[in-house]
Design a protein around this ligand. Structure first.
Ligand code: MG
Length: 157
């Protein structure tokens, strides 16, 4: 068994789509970033790469590479999973935390966990995802951006 942790944060940027956990969410403001800025999947990819001894997301998908401009993080996650499988690992489970005041995560939880589970090649029951707030404290509390944490467990095949 190999455990991995990931964290990411992106700031809100007007005129951008909001994509979280592979799901586009109707919102007035999205997150800024080179790719689609899916902060949840970015944290998850870093956890997977860390557990697999495969480096990190910045090494794999450099943010100065035009190939990844507005890239779908779900597609990047598929690429990460190819590397994880090549290294001889399968995902046992993943647990994700999204920290923001807005939007509410629960209405989208089933769709997000479904997409993430499908990308990871596991049952949706092995993907945990919850939203929480910081009760108005810090940058998520002030509505400046969204932060996400991920923990994954890999098993040697
Ligand atoms: Mg990121």
């Amino acid at each position: 068994m190999r455990v991995g942790a990931g964290m990411d944060a992106h700031r809100f940027e007007p005129g951008r789509r909001l994509v979280l956990g592979g799901v586009e969410i109707p919102a007035a403001t999205g997150l800024g970033g080179h790719s689609d800025a899916d902060v949840v999947l970015h944290a998850l990819m870093d956890a997977l790469l860390g557990a697999g001894g495969l480096g990190d997301i910045g090494e794999m998908f450099p943010d100065d590479d035009p190939a990844y401009r507005d890239a779908s993080s779900l597609e990047l996650l598929e690429r990460v999973m190819e590397s994880v499988r090549e290294r001889g690992f399968a995902v046992d489970n993943a647990d994700l935390v999204v920290v923001c005041e807005e939007p509410r995560i629960s209405p989208y939880r089933a769709e997000m966990t479904g997409r993430i589970a499908s990308a990871l090649g596991i049952d949706p029951g092995r993907v945990g995802l919850k939203g929480t707030t910081t009760e108005g404290m810090g940058f998520p509390g002030r509505g400046e951006g969204i932060m996400a944490f991920a923990v994954v467990l890999l098993a040697e095949k």
